[in-house]
Design a protein around this ligand. Sequence first.
Ligand SMILES: [Zn+2]
Length: 294
Amino acid sequence: MSSEIIWNDCRTCNQNTKHTVLGKTSKATPPDIYHDETKYFLLECNGCETIAFREEYHDYEEYYPISEDEYEHPISVETYPHFIKNHVPLEFSFDLPPIVENIYKESIIAIQRGAYTLAGLGLRATIEAICNDKEITGRNLQIRINNMSRSGMISKSDTQRLHAIRFMGNDAAHEIKKAKKESVMIALKIVEHLLLSVYIFENEVSKYLETPISTLDELIPILDKKLKVIDSDSTFTFVKLLGTAKRRILEGMDSLETELIQRVNDGNYDKIEVTAQPDGTTESSQWFKKAAGS
Ligand SMILES: [Zn+2]
């Protein structure tokens, strides 16, 4: 016996595909009360083997003619689990801090269920959670978004987009205006872009790529590491100590060196000492040696 095939949306293939019916049943209201029927299907996608549950509601009291002798009745279809069509959820969402991840995921659930007003509020709260996590302060969200921009965390165009979401959340909360699906879907994209750039790229980049260094505080941990593998009586210049890390300093090499010398002289960095230029060298920049006992 060949199995029954029906077309259904597949959340994994992200499109309408052929599904094999693995099982089905139906329940009807007694016809003397109301003439309708709910059909239930357990489905398997023929492309990717994802399992889904389809619920069809048939209203037989609402037959309408589609031609002279043909009639149709309304059918509404729901597929479970719910999913957002044409949306690929963020990969690596485990890189997000839990408070941000939770509110982001709840916003997704709200969208999946068609609760767009709550989804709009959720996306706005996701931005608030990012500000809290990154310790971006401000009296209200408007100021916090501007402060995020000022801190260099987000670009100017990101800032404009975030303000748009802020307005959306405002409308939902204060005027109880129902958010439109289209605006919520755009807001979701903006928030995901923000999450990617603030958390996920940052983590991936620091894991796999060397980021530029612009302050002495960023440089110190690298110097500490280099000093660990240097002989205790050797002398060196700043550039020699940096070694391959030199390429990570894109500008301000001289001022970083001056700042380092200052810090050593003030006694605020005790792992190296400034020392005289060794005999026989022509390199006239400041020389250092590893401090005894470090
Ligand atoms: Zn599929």
